[in-house]
Write a protein that binds this ligand. Structure first.
Ligand code: HEC
Length: 139
């Protein structure tokens, strides 16, 4: 029998995974650290916020968007190059898409001066999210 503390830790981990915490998502578990970081950044409303349009595996669908396709299994459907192209500029793959061009410099009158000319997501963040997407191999 496990000591009390260990049992509590197991229960906590299970409770957190039901609450949809990205780092305990089934697809992120056991993934390389970069992919786990990517899973956190993708879900973080202050960083990727991909869940506003997509269902991110391991999250409660009721908290997630349905504008874009669910991302479960996307690592099987698309290879790394295709995923990178999507993350850099989804319009280069799907002209007219509402998915933001995360790797293109932000321009236009509504972009705050401090962010002007910078990509919406810096390259190291896009690469971590990409590493996570490639691990999504369960449909
Ligand atoms: C404003 C909504 C929106 C946001 C935010 C958004 N996406 Fe998308 N995404 C879409 C739509 C819509 C599509 C489908 C392409 C199309 O037909 O427009 C798509 C397609 C994709 C695809 C291809 C899926 C497939 O099965 O072909 C991937 C991968 C993807 N998005 C990842 C992301 C990631 C990662 C983020 C966050 C960094 C993100 N998206 C943020 C709307 C969005």
């Amino acid at each position: 029998m496990k000591p009390r503390g260990a049992r509590r830790a197991t229960f906590l981990a299970a409770a957190l995974s039901f609450s949809g915490a990205a780092w305990s998502a089934p697809d992120a578990q056991g993934a390389p650290p970069l992919a786990q970081q990517g899973a956190r950044w993708a879900a973080d409303p202050a960083v990727g916020d991909c869940g506003i349009c997509h269902h991110l595996p391991g999250h409660d669908p009721r908290d997630q968007g349905t504008v874009g396709p669910a991302l479960a299994g996307v690592g099987l459907r698309l290879n790394e190059d295709a995923l990178r192209a999507l993350l850099t500029d989804a319009r280069s793959v799907h002209p007219g898409t509402v998915m933001p061009a995360y790797g293109r410099p932000a321009t236009g009158p509504r972009v705050p001066p401090a962010l002007r000319g910078k990509p919406l997501l810096p390259e190291h963040v896009r690469e971590a999210i990409l590493a996570w997407l490639t691990t999504l191999r369960h449909g």
